[in-house]
Design a protein around this ligand. Structure first.
Ligand code: ADP
Ligand code: MG
Length: 569
């Protein structure tokens, strides 16, 4: 037997980087700006602990496009690198200076918000550039360094001419990547990935209108000035303490996140935990009505204020993907597959933490102002009902605040409902029969008939309600749901008040025959004749509850974004 060491030939690494490092080439910009941010935050940390004896000032990151020279420039005023550091951090592929920094400064470094950790980010530049230059000067008293590399393992290292502290990265954009020389494209990327990064990022200038000087003529145009166009908000709301934020601040941040959303969210939940994992964020409940298919404007996932994805599937429980907002956590492993994510212990904890926070918030809204909660019910019920069906822990809590509205606009919790209706609506087997309608107009006459008999009728109109009823019937003792036009209605015990049909036996038979002809032999409808002198309809057609529900569940089962096929029975 022999053991040995596999020899990785670096000659082949550049084509590999270009093809496989990230499937999305556009993230090179995110990586380089992350490095510029790290360099700035490191300096901030070192000056704050007195290890760097320089003025921190108000450092910026600047992104510039030079279309004629076909170059893209990213510069920062961070710690910079000495020649020795360039050799160590840049020339060694997959050696992360960020990780080394974190090791050295431990938790303090973590608090500094350092982003990098794989030691591959810088090389993503070669996905879009065929030559990359680094011009850097360390905050330490050392000469400036100029590194350049043309996408092969040979690099050039000479003394640079940079006078001021910091680093400039110059990408000579490859022919197949010229889209990244378009200002519009770069602006779009900055908006997507860097909108909330912690160091101000300048991209060109913009014209600002100043107030008119006093006594200026009506038709005189207001004076303007050119100012730096800072594309990011370095202090987004979720990084602040909840006690420092007012309702308006949450509203303003929502508009910042979703500029095209004009409807106000119903309420928000500020997430903030640092043990046993780090997570901050703000979730918003939008008005959802009965819409199960909200796809755009989803929750955004950040890592240390860098946008990662707006596909949070696997990180937050499925029912909460209907919410909006931001989650920021350095503890979510990012560059791994979804199936791995779902099995990851930290991710599971995060998911159950979020579920608990959402349940707690709903509970406190319910307790503090029930009336307001009732008013919101129709817009939030789809999330709550879906959560009750898919997360047992959520169900246990939600059982206390989930509401069951009647067709007349009263709202009961399950317990209240049962207490209210048990005396009238218990059948011969001792089961409490909960009547409901799914459409007030189409089922109007049935609703009226039930109300006439003194029954309470719920309005259950969400697309997943049949699943929820099934769940409740399995969970609660001695209850069953029946739609107002279903047969169990007849079985309810009531003050027996014989109703005499105005139709003769013969007429009844003819009518039944005619209806059967219309409805078809196969249908299991029953025809019930009732008094014609009341407000009630002359006859009602009922369909067995279980038949109808089967059909409904088949419709919502299977497909759809929520894969209802896996719903608990
Ligand atoms: P990571 O960020 O994961 O450590 P990168 O490949 O992105 O890995 O970068 C490698 C290292 O190069 C960084 O850790 C850092 O030490 C150094 N570096 C990269 N860009 C800069 C910069 N703009 N200023 C100072 N150092 C930098
Ligand atoms: Mg990096």
């Amino acid at each position: 037997m022999a053991t040995g060491k596999i020899n990785v030939s670096v000659d082949n690494i550049f084509p590999l980087i270009k093809k496989f490092l990230y499937s999305d080439h556009e993230i090179f910009l995110r990586e380089l700006i992350s490095n510029a941010t790290d360099a700035t935050l490191k300096l901030k940390h070192l000056t704050s602990i007195g290890e760097a004896k320089v003025e921190y000032g108000n450092p910026q990151i600047e992104v510039k496009v030079n279309k004629d020279a076909k170059t893209l420039h990213i510069s920062d005023q961070g710690i910079g690198m000495t020649e020795e550091e360039v050799t160590k951090y840049i020339n060694e592929v997959a050696f992360s200076g960020a990780e080394e920094f974190l090791d050295k400064y431990k938790d303090a470094g973590k608090d500094a918000g350092i982003i990098g950790h794989f030691g591959l980010g810088f090389y993503s530049a070669f996905m879009v550039a065929d030559k990359v230059e680094i011009i850097t000067k360390s905050f330490k008293d050392a000469p400036s360094v100029h590194w350049s590399c043309e996408g092969n393992p040979e690099f050039e290292l000479t003394e640079g001419t940079r006078e001021e502290r910091g680093t400039e990265i110059i990408l000579h954009i490859a022919e197949d990547s010229e889209e990244f020389l378009e200002e519009g494209r770069i602006r779009e990327l900055l908006q997507k990935y860097n909108k909330f990064m912690p160091v101000p990022i300048k991209f060109g200038t913009r014209t600002e209108t100043l107030p008119k000087p006093e006594g200026a003529a009506e038709d005189e145009p207001a004076p303007t000035q050119e100012v730096d166009d800072i594309i990011n908000n370095p202090n987004p709301a979720w990084t602040k303490k909840p006690t420092d934020l007012k309702d308006e601040d949450y509203g303003a941040f929502y508009r910042e996140l979703y500029p095209m959303q004009f409807e106000e969210p119903l309420f928000n939940i500020h997430l903030n935990v640092d043990y046993p994992f780090n997570l901050t964020g703000i979730l918003y409940f939008p008005k959802l009505k009965n819409d199960l298919n909200l796809q755009k404007d989803r929750i955004q996932l950040y890592q240390n204020q860098v946008f990662v994805t707006d596909n949070v599937e696997g990180i937050v429980p499925e029912f909460l993907t209907m919410l909006r907002g931001v989650i920021d956590s350095p503890d979510i492993p990012l560059n791994v597959s979804r199936s791995y994510l779902q099995a990851d212990g930290a991710v599971k904890k995060i998911s159950s933490y979020i579920t608990r926070k959402v349940a707690d918030k709903l509970q406190s809204l319910f307790k503090e102002d029930r009336e307001a909660f009732e008013q919101k019910w129709n817009d939030i019920k789809i999330v709550i009902e879906y959560g009750m069906l898919s997360e047992e822990k959520f169900y246990e809590k939600a059982d206390g605040f989930a509401l069951y509205p009647t067709v007349d606009g009263a709202y009961y919790t399950f317990e209240e409902l049962k207490e209210k209706i048990a005396p009238q609506q218990t059948d011969k087997d001792g089961k409490c029969v909960i009547l409901y309608a799914s459409e007030t107009e189409a089922q109007h006459s049935y609703i009226e008939a039930a109300k006439e008999k003194g029954y309470e009728v719920l309005l259950m109109d969400s697309p997943i309600v049949s699943h929820l009823m099934q769940k409740l019937e399995g969970d609660k003792e001695k209850i069953s749901f029946a739609r107002v036009d279903a047969d169990p209605l007849e079985k309810l015990i009531q003050k027996e008040e014989k109703q005499i049909s105005k139709l003769s036996e013969e007429e009844q038979e003819t009518l039944k025959g005619q209806l059967q002809g219309v409805l078809g032999e196969q249908s299991s409808f029953t025809v019930q004749l009732e008094a014609m002198d009341s407000k009630q309809a002359p006859f009602v057609i009922t369909e067995p509850e279980f038949m109808r529900r089967m059909k409904e569940m088949q419709q919502t089962g299977g497909g759809g974004m929520f894969g209802m096929g896996n719903m608990p029975e």
